[in-house]
Write a protein that binds this ligand. Sequence first.
Ligand code: DC
Length: 220
Amino acid sequence: MAIDGPAGAGKSTIAKRLAGRLGFVYIDTGAMYRAVALWALRQGTDVGDMHRMEQLALAADIQLSPGGIELNGEDVTEFIRTPEVANGASKVAVLPGVRRAMVAKQRSIGEKASVVMEGRDIGTVVFPDADVKIYLDAKLEERVRRRLVEEQAKGNAIDKKALTDQMRERDRRDSTRADAPLTQAPDAIYLDSTPFSIEEVEEAILKIVRARVTNGKEIR
Ligand code: DC
């Protein structure tokens, strides 16, 4: 099952809950791009250096677990959640070599288990034959509001204007890159989560899933 959409649309929250309800494995592909970016930033590698970045992406040992992510044996769950890493992830995600390496890892995970995989290109590129594809959207203002609430809960005070600018720029980069840009797959169901609660979005998607199951198909 594939969930794509822009930053802050609620993909992670919803995908995690759905995976729990369905007994599927939750896969956060954004975390994988973030891990590659984190490694590059720590090493002082230029995230625009195509060849070096492809080598890093191929060499990165990335392990996803229900609770987080390990990079080369180190738990980096917290370290990948900074604005610098988010920005770096969006930049490394432009590079075809990096994408090839990540997509290969994602396909190999998805072939071994039933997954709820979220990202930008899951329904279009990684698993174009996924049984359920959701494009989860929300208005920029609402996505910023949700992120601010999240950060405040962690005790971080961030500037609303700076966050809005960062998100807009990241969306622009993610949806205008040449390789696998963020876009709705033709057979994906579009959901605008702006006016809805998490529970409402979750129920709406579960209804879609159940309709498929009732039609006698196994979900993947
Ligand atoms: O979902 P996220 O904010 O953690 O993703 C971080 C960046 O990674 C995002 O700006 C674009 C990139 N990304 C991608 O290009 N393809 C994916 N499937 C997932 C994320």
